[in-house]
Design a protein around this ligand. Structure first.
Ligand SMILES: Cc1cc2nc3c(=O)[nH]c(=O)nc-3n(C[C@H](O)[C@H](O)[C@H](O)COP(=O)(O)O)c2cc1C
Ligand SMILES: [Fe+2]
Ligand SMILES: [Fe+2]
Length: 383
């Protein structure tokens, strides 16, 4: 990274659930930077959980100087949680943010004494470092902006290009936790992400500094840009099938495993069979977006569908799952209802093709069901 940019981020090693719902295997990091031109600007504050550590790093990096600016790209508390404490420590600092971010500050009990609202294309001269601001609404809140430093050819990308994990977690595999982060947190906003990527295409970028996860440079940067192009367009990253099941007593799960074997034998590409009742739902959401095909298999439940499947499909609907081929397997002991309900949820999604005929199992799988699963696999793989 350019020597005028100092990293001030903190690792939150003990955090187990990000945004109270995403399981973390290796904590989380919140990034912050000091930009040292003739003037000094801090780029983004920090989650309140790391407030003292961050303020210590800021103090050390400032080395007795006062900061001129704090740039606030995103008001979500994982970044603004320590902003009030920073403003109390440096009352003369000027807050630089979008108009929408400034308007949101009172809601978080933040009242800056000095502030500047910036809009699309505005720049800020730090003396030796020039910053340009790009509005990035809905990536991932409406007030978000990104910042490009011309001399350092560095893009500060807010939550975009972020990932789960502390800074040095899975250093050789950025994509795994970046994908789970993207589809669960930003995935609904593919359109706005595409718009921002288009704006960025005209910039010469040698580093991306996101608000979570490592700074991206070189090959890692090129790969991240390639994947964001696919992800934001709801494109297919990996040819294959996600077989997701929600089974009360295990019979539907068994059928899903059998279907997985059938698909593998037919050369369906990557085949993942996932238990929605026991495995990380966020990981399964990621798999659904990653591949081009999906089979949903569920037990009937009180004239509806077993709740873990309902939750999964509802989440996919919320995250704008689209442009995929989906097959359905239902199970019921007296009046199967799961298929009807799964179809109803899937039919609300854009450009989702339901592959017929749905397979109905009555309690336990029969030989006839096995033949139907073979036929369903053939139909699904025809594109
Ligand atoms: C609480 C509960 C509600 C159920 N509701 C229905 C139902 O409305 N219609 C139906 O055909 N079967 C219903 N069933 C039966 C299950 O759907 C059926 O036994 C199951 O699909 C078998 O597959 P599994 O072993 O994968 O759970 C219900 C079972 C339970 C435990
Ligand atoms: Fe955010
Ligand atoms: Fe964030």
């Amino acid at each position: 990274m350019n020597q005028q940019i100092i990293y001030l981020g903190c690792d939150d090693k003990d955090l187990q659930l990000f945004e109270s719902q995403y399981m973390l295997e290796e904590g989380m990091c919140y990034n912050s930077y000091l930009l040292r031109g003739e003037k000094l600007a801090v780029m983004d504050a920090m989650d309140a959980r790391c407030k003292d550590e961050w303020l210590g790093k800021v103090r050390e990096a400032l080395n007795g100087s006062q900061p001129d600016y704090i740039i606030v790209q995103h008001m979500e508390p994982d970044h603004s949680g320590s902003l009030g404490a920073f403003l109390a420590a440096y009352p003369d600092v000027t807050v630089v943010a979008s108009q929408k971010a400034l308007a949101m500050m009172p809601q978080f009990a933040i009242a800056p004494a000095h502030m500047v609202a910036v809009k699309e294309g505005d720049s800020l001269d730090l003396g030796g470092l020039t910053l340009r601001f790009f509005m990035a609404p809905m990536v991932h809140w409406p007030e978000v902006m990104m910042t490009y430093c011309e001399e350092a050819k560095t893009l500060f990308s807010a939550d975009a290009f972020g990932k789960f994990g502390i800074y040095h977690a899975d250093e050789d595999d950025w994509a795994c936790e970046a994908r789970r982060y993207y589809f669960n947190i930003v995935g609904k906003y593919g359109g706005p992400v595409s718009m921002v990527l288009k704006k960025m295409a005209s910039l010469s970028i040698s580093a991306i500094c996101p608000l979570h996860g490592p700074v991206l440079e070189g090959e890692k940067l090129a790969e991240a840009l390639r994947l964001y192009g696919i992800w934001s367009a709801y494109g297919v990253e990996t040819k294959g099938v996600l077989v997701a099941h929600a089974s009360i007593h295990g019979n539907t799960a068994h059928a899903a495993e059998v279907l997985g074997e059938i698909l593998r034998a037919k050369g369906a590409g990557r085949v993942e069979v996932v238990d929605l009742c026991r495995e990380d739902m966020a990981e399964t959401i990621e798999d659904a977006f990653r591949m081009d095909k999906m089979v949903v298999c569920a037990s009937s439940y009180d004239n509806n569908v077993f709740p873990p499947m309902h939750q999964f499909l509802w989440k996919l609907q919320q995250k704008a799952y689209q442009s995929r081929r989906v097959a359905i397997v239902e199970n019921g002991s007296w009046a199967p209802s799961a298929g009807r309900e799964m179809k109803a949820l899937l039919s609300t999604m854009r450009d989702v093709t339901i592959v017929e005929p749905m397979v109905t199992i009555r309690s336990t799988m029969t030989e006839a069901n096995r033949t139907e699963l073979e036929a369903l696999a053939d139909a699904l793989l025809q594109d």
